[in-house]
Design a protein around this ligand. Structure first.
Ligand code: IPT
Length: 983
């Protein structure tokens, strides 16, 4: 059967470019009739017949996936095939969706050749027009065209499409994503006029020395006797197709300045509109260059995903993705792991992004046969694989944004890739090739890896990495590999809270010319909202046995396209302008082509987080790769602060001077904050004070009273602060594990060491509550059941006026460090070190002076700006699809937690602390699997931390770097509480 053989398709036309043509076209998108059968055998034999009555069939939106429209259900696996590995056979249970649609041919429709074009059908289909079979096709994310003209009728026509969820093609489509069958991209009927433009291949070049462009347009007509002309009005060009011709004085295309020239390709029967970008892509001296300059990728891997529509993404959604990328300083997309909707590439041309266009090819699941039977190395599969490469290259060849062809993803090594590379090099010598997973790199123009640790990246930067086993015994091949530029095609796994370490990667990328940047994994969480649901689903939510869990919830955007803190962090880390200083200020242009003339620079001076002065800076024109020094305004340099005493900060920021297609004037591109000399300490700081501690500690009425605090005499916990009920602060070392804490499949899992050390079950035994003259001292031993290790915590309370200061001394005891100790493996980190307390639920507003506005952690804190912020407790939560530790604000100098009237508590750090506030406990957060599992309790829970462990990206990659690890060792920290009252 066609769905289980190794024939890529039948009856299809030769692949060609996606063209905007003047020829008549009818969109067949819309409501279709639909019937789902459990397998091909059960599907109606007369699906193509006009006699079949389909009135009782359901309706389905096309483009769309039936599994997201109430038929069957979506299915998520990472690497596993959700059927037995028995290539090329699909499973017996092969859901088969019959789609039917009647359409009217307008009277004006030309009675000539016509084609039916499908932009994407997952995974295999057969098509009939008016009862006549036109053909079959596989290759889900690729177009298929069938001759249709001979079978069209005036008036009503019946189109029937039978789609099989599984096919031999499924073995080539094992990308880490939802399995989503259906006609999920556009369907059109296109007239093919005599004397029309069948295909166009635009080749351009740009010579950075002379400023001249070259243009060659290969036009193919339906009849070679016809001449094809090319018009580029802006350049005054009107030429016969062919070439190349040299055009002096053109403006080049780059992702930074995406200059496009409108062009028209004219044949007697048809006109095609194109947008041409002049650029030359080359490999020179071991580096990738465009227009003669090495470029640097600040990239993301993008899957097509919409929380309601799956991979049937609208053009608005595509544009939204690109606008968000541009707004966040991203300049490159790897179309992981298949060619995107064709309109997406037009938008990349227009808005300016470098694109690695990736073939719809991944055989990852053969990992479970130890790569036995992997199609990539089986010549029988070569035609299926080559068909995919050809359809991608032919479709997308005219886009200036596409600068690299990727042969596919995660398909191990195999000779068929040699066929793909050979054909592609011959067909398009103008673009280099990429393939990561063959460690010999013989078919790739790049060396590449995924999730590489920083130290390995340093070795690659200096070309001193170990040779892979695949090339070690082959000196010429190894020499070739070592000379290649390096691109980190996936890194910084953005699953849940994280990734940590982006800034560290960036530093290494920028240090070594061989490293041409990377692509964060990945752009968006693949959470799906099924009809009527409030929680996003992921693998396992249907009780299925083989699934990939929440491994697809690993994007920089939440499923509704709200940026996550990870995206804000990435934006800051990849700023194309670096501002250092402050005296003098240095502005560095990190772009590859453009000046910074499109930006304006401003500064603000803040005292205790409140603006006291502001101005603009005059910055000279700075070419790409250059920098300039800019003097600071006089008052800032002399240090004569406006206003009174307190912490002074200078913020310098670069914003768009004018509206761009992707952001309005004023949109911020880069910023830096500097500490200015400070003029004494502000009121209310927890600095040494001349006031002497109150001699007020006393026992009274079965309670201990110290200043404004009332304590329980047995637990030593604070129970009241100035009349406000409090559930006293006590030591806390636990956090609700993040996906990165959990690591991958038990590897790298910080959390397994934490649990082995009992950090998730610590108990508190109070050994002494000592009421001294001026202080209250509470001594406790904090330890888990079943283990001998512990933490000694000594809480020392003093009161000065209304202020109550708590100093906590922490001493680890017993074998935290593994060998010889009580736990194995060693527990090398603590999730957090701080205090936990509860307040009445009415205290649901937080004001703070510190890092913000969003969450930040030790290794993801570049985007946190010191300032004054306010938020409700609910707003402080970051809505991760899978609940986990989140919402921590860092470098908090002070925070006020109050009710609507302003009554509450102020907390001062010494000098700073990390703050979280939530309506549920850490344990609630840890238990929750979906957001609706979290329900508010009648308290507000605060964590006041000295520190938390870094985030890392161990959900797929390295854990937190050593400098961000919170090691178990003795520490002392303090916070001061004071009452806040309304008015
Ligand atoms: C790599 C895949 O290429 C990508 O599709 C995704 O699954 C990612 O991992 C993790 O989310 S595979 C690599 C970890 C071996």
């Amino acid at each position: 059967m066609y769905f289980e053989d190794l024939v890529p398709g039948t009856g299809r036309r030769e692949p060609r470019a996606w063209l905007r043509s003047s020829a008549p076209v009818i969109s067949l998108n819309g409501r279709w009739r639909f019937k789902l059968s459990p397998g091909p055998a059960e599907a109606p034999a007369d699906v193509m017949s006009s006699d079949l009555v389909d009135d009782d069939w359901d309706e389905l939106a096309v483009p769309g996936h039936w599994v997201l429209q109430g038929h069957d259900r979506p299915r998520y696996t990472n690497t596993a095939f959700p059927f037995p590995i028995d290539p090329p056979r699909p499973p017996a249970a092969n859901p088969t969706g019959d789609h039917r649609r009647w359409f009217d041919l307008p009277a004006s429709w030309p009675g000539e050749r016509a084609v039916l074009r499908f932009e994407g059908v997952d995974s295999c289909f057969k098509v009939w027009l008016n009862g006549v079979e036109l053909g079959t096709s596989k290759g889900s994310r690729l177009p298929s065209e069938f001759e249709a003209g001979a079978h069209l009728r005036p008036g009503r026509n019946l189109l029937a499409v039978r789609v099989h969820q599984w096919s031999s093609g499924s073995y080539l489509e094992d990308q880490d994503m939802w399995w989503l069958p259906g006609i999920f991209r556009d369907v059109t009927l296109r007239s093919r006029p005599a004397g029309g433009v069948e295909d166009v291949f635009v080749h351009t070049g740009f010579d950075q020395v002379s400023g001249a462009g070259t243009l060659q347009v290969d036009g193919v007509t339906t009849d070679p006797a016809y001449a094809v002309r090319v018009l580029v009005p802006e350049l005054g060009l009107d030429l016969a197709a062919g070439g190349p011709v040299t055009i002096p004085g053109v403006e080049p295309w780059s992702a930074e300045v995406p200059k496009l020239y409108d062009a028209t390709v004219v044949a007697p029967g048809e006109t095609v509109e194109l947008r041409i970008g002049f650029r030359t892509v080359a490999l020179e001296d071991g580096r990738l260059t465009v227009n003669g300059r090495p470029i640097f990728f600040r990239g993301v891997n993008r899957h097509e995903h919409d929380q309601y529509r799956g991979r049937a993404v609208s053009e608005d959604t595509m544009r939204q993705d690109l606008v968000l990328m541009k707004q966040h300083n991203i300049n490159a997309v790897r179309t992981a792991h298949y060619p995107p909707h064709p309109a997406f590439l037009e938008l990349c041309d227009e808005l300016g992004l470098w694109v690695i266009d990736e073939c719809d090819l991944e055989t990852h699941g053969f990992i479970y046969t130890d790569w036995q039977g992997n199609p990539a190395d089986d010549p029988d599969w070569a035609p299926m694989m080559l068909d995919r490469m050809r359809r991608m290259v032919e479709r997308d060849k005219n886009h200036p944004s596409v600068i690299i062809w990727s042969l596919g993803n995660e398909s191990h090594r195999g000779r068929n890739f040699g066929e793909l590379a050979k054909w592609t090099r011959q067909r398009d010598p103008g673009r280099p090739l990429f393939y990561e997973r063959d460690r010999s790199y013989e078919f790739s123009d790049f060396y590449s890896l995924m999730y590489t640790p920083i130290d390995e990246l340093e070795r690659i930067g200096t070309r001193t990495e170990d040779a892979p086993a695949e090339t070690a015994a082959d000196p010429p091949l190894e020499a070739r590999r070592r000379a290649l530029p390096f691109v980190l095609c996936e890194y910084a796994h953005a699953m849940g809270n994280g990734p940590g370490g982006l800034a560290d990667y960036q530093r290494v990328f920028e240090r070594y010319p061989r490293l041409q940047g990377g692509f964060v994994w990945e752009w968006i969480d693949h959470g799906i909202l099924l009809p009527g649901a409030t929680d996003h689903v992921y693998g396992g939510d249907f009780g299925e046995k083989v699934h990939g869990g929440n491994f697809c919830i690993d994007g920089l955007l939440f499923p509704d396209r709200t940026p996550s803190p990870g995206l804000t962090e990435y934006k800051k880390v990849i700023e194309p302008v670096r501002i250092t200083g402050p005296d003098p200020l240095r502005i560095e242009n990190l772009q590859d082509f453009a000046t910074l003339d499109h930006l304006t620079f401003g500064w603000t001076e803040e005292l205790e987080g409140q603006q006291v002065a502001a101005g603009t800076l005059t910055v000279p024109s700075i070419p790409a790769g250059a920098s300039a020094t800019v003097p600071l305004p006089g008052t800032l340099v002399t240090g004569a602060p406006a206003g009174g005493a307190g912490e002074r900060l200078l913020t310098v920021s670069a914003v768009l001077a004018n509206d761009e297609p992707w952001a309005a004037a004023g949109h911020e591109i880069a910023w830096t904050q500097f500490a200015l000399p400070s003029n004494g300490l502000p009121r209310g700081s927890s600095a040494p004070t001349t006031q002497r501690p109150a001699r007020s500690a006393r026992r009274a009425d079965g309670r201990v009273v110290l200043g404004t605090g009332v304590f329980d005499p047995r637990s030593g916990l604070l129970v009241e602060l100035n009349g406000l009920p409090v559930d006293g602060p006590r030591l806390d070392l636990w956090r609700a594990p993040t996906d990165n804490d959990n690591g991958q499949g038990g590897n790298n899992a910080a959390v397994s060491a934490w649990r082995a050390a009992g950090l998730d079950r610590l108990g508190h035994r109070v050994e002494a509550v000592e009421v001294e003259e001026t202080e209250l001292v509470v001594r406790s031993r904090v330890a888990p059941d079943g283990l001998g290790l512990a933490v000694r915590a000594t809480y020392r309370w003093t009161a000065v006026g209304e202020r109550l200061t708590l100093t906590v001394d922490v001493q680890p005891e017993g074998g935290w460090d593994g060998p010889g100790g009580t736990i194995k493996p060693a527990c090398e980190s603590w999730p957090r070190l701080g205090l936990r307390m509860a307040l009445p639920r009415s205290l649901d507003r937080v004001r703070w002076f510190g890092g913000g506005p969003a969450e930040a952690y030790a290794d993801s804190r570049q985007a946190a700006r010191i300032g004054r912020y306010s938020a409700t407790v609910d707003e402080l939560q970051t809505p991760y699809v899978v609940p986990q530790e989140n919402g921590s604000r860092i470098d908090v100098r002070w925070a006020e937690v109050s009710d609507a009237e302003g009554n509450g508590v102020r907390v001062d750090g010494a000098p700073v602390f990390q703050l979280t506030a939530r309506r549920w406990t850490t344990e609630d957060l840890e238990r929750a699997r979906h957001r609706s599992d979290l329900t508010a309790r009648d308290r507000v829970y605060l964590n006041l931390d000295l520190a938390q462990n870094g985030l890392g990206s161990a959900s797929c990659g390295p854990g937190a770097l050593p400098q961000y690890v919170l090691a178990p060792r003795p520490r002392t920290f303090a916070v001061t509480f004071s009452p806040l009252s309304a008015g």
